[in-house]
Design a protein around this ligand. Sequence first.
Ligand SMILES: NC(=O)c1ccc[n+]([C@@H]2O[C@H](COP(=O)([O-])OP(=O)(O)OC[C@H]3O[C@@H](n4cnc5c(N)ncnc54)[C@H](OP(=O)(O)O)[C@@H]3O)[C@@H](O)[C@H]2O)c1
Length: 278
Amino acid sequence: VSCYVMWRTVLRGISANLVQGKRNMSQSCLAGKVAIVTASTDGIGLAAAVALGRRGAHVVVSSRRQANVDRAVATLQGQDIKVTGTTCNVGKSEDREKLVQMTLDQCGGIDILVSNAAVNPFFGNIMDSTEAVWDKILDVNVKSAFLMTKLVVPHIEKRGGGSVVFVSSVAGYQPMPALGPYSVSKTALLGLTRALAPELAQSNIRVNCVAPGVIKTQFSSMLWKNEDVAEEFMKQTCIKRVGEPEEIGGVIAFLCSKDASYITGETITVTGGMNCRL
Ligand SMILES: NC(=O)c1ccc[n+]([C@@H]2O[C@H](COP(=O)([O-])OP(=O)(O)OC[C@H]3O[C@@H](n4cnc5c(N)ncnc54)[C@H](OP(=O)(O)O)[C@@H]3O)[C@@H](O)[C@H]2O)c1
């Protein structure tokens, strides 16, 4: 009997180790990778940083305000994630350069860029939007996404390849009422993804995009805090709730992982089943 018990214990131990080993493998699939996530001190960016970090990446978080950076760094450290933080307003070239240089100095290279920052300074009829509005929206939402990519690509190339992910929106497929210029900027990111993918494939860099639906963050609060507005949006979804930032973060981490090694130039809509078609 004691021999039988001993063998059963040994076999249990082996199978438990196998399961644990598998779990560790999937959890550490980004071990040794360095990931820059812009606008990552809250909402979707922070969730993406957590998802990448949990898979073993060293994440570099940033946003405009130092207090927000400090809070995000503490949150990630609390989850045993390797993290570095700095301020970076993606609309400023000196800030973009500082972010990249700091990453190189402190992490030794770059493998992943998640370009997540966006602003929306305008609500109303598109015909009332001004040149200043368009300059701001296109500078931050589109140009900085490209210019960040241009800055990191030579460094990702040095590592033998990697991944870029842009954060677009369901509004990029169907402009949202009162959000015309913002929606157009998000459509541009679908084009940017497709324009970059063939060129960067030559450097073993995949370029993809995520288009979230209505996700529970500060940025979209006017869409889900007001019950009538929220109900109107829910009519367009199959899954009758707003999404959580983690539900976008996981998809971003998937796109950066080896599991997505044959996916490039693609936009994944994560909308609870909204109709997304250009
Ligand atoms: N929430 C949604 O329903 C939804 C849907 C579709 C797409 N999206 C897209 O998802 C992305 C993230 O939005 P979110 O909902 O997660 O927003 P959020 O929760 O309000 O977080 C915004 C983050 O961006 C930072 N930020 C703002 N402007 C910045 C700038 N110029 N440079 C660098 N960082 C900046 C903020 O920190 P600081 O204030 O410290 O800068 C904060 O960390 C955006 O591209 C948005 O268009 C969101």
